[in-house]
Design a protein. Sequence first.
Length: 217
Amino acid sequence: MGYTISEKILARASGEKHVTSGQKVTAKIDLALTHDVLCGPAAEILEQLGGKVWDPSRIIVTPDHFVPSKDIATAKLCLAMEEFVKEQKIENYYPIGQHGICHIMLSQEGHVVPGDLVVGTDSHTCTSGAVGAFAVGIGTTEMAVVFAAGELWFRVPETMYFNILGRLPEHGYISGKDIILTIIGEIGVEGATYRTMEFDGTHYEPCHSMNVLLYAI
């Protein structure tokens, strides 16, 4: 059997010929995303690790959660984010007025491409999986390590394969969101914890209902 997209990406990023689910690897990061909530705290830890980012061109920073800041505490977080950008000479900073939803920005601004290994200080970082990247949310300490070293260890996840049969009707109210909600209903909210989801499908006959086949590989 061949390798999954996730396995191929993690193998490439870790310099391995191939990897398998459950294996632990140290992989080089292609892109790191952070925002106002955890950028400052991660920068504080970075100071203990040498105080210099590994590559200012591979870090994306933008205000996202506190726009505008709701109190003094969140305003200080935004200030710490801006200071980090200036001190580290971050090349890809999107300030207020040029920002957007950070996970969408990665694709809209052309930062993420298929095959990339992407990490971000937010659980929705996996949005970049839509363009064929391996994208995952990480914590503050982990991001500080990425800032300093440009790499992080991963356990290669198991992959769940979803085969979407049929075609959405040309005139109707069924959308891609209905498909993913159907899948969540089948596997449960935690059904893909520490797993990746890969999608496939056929488009033979129009249908007015969805027949979703899924199994893990």
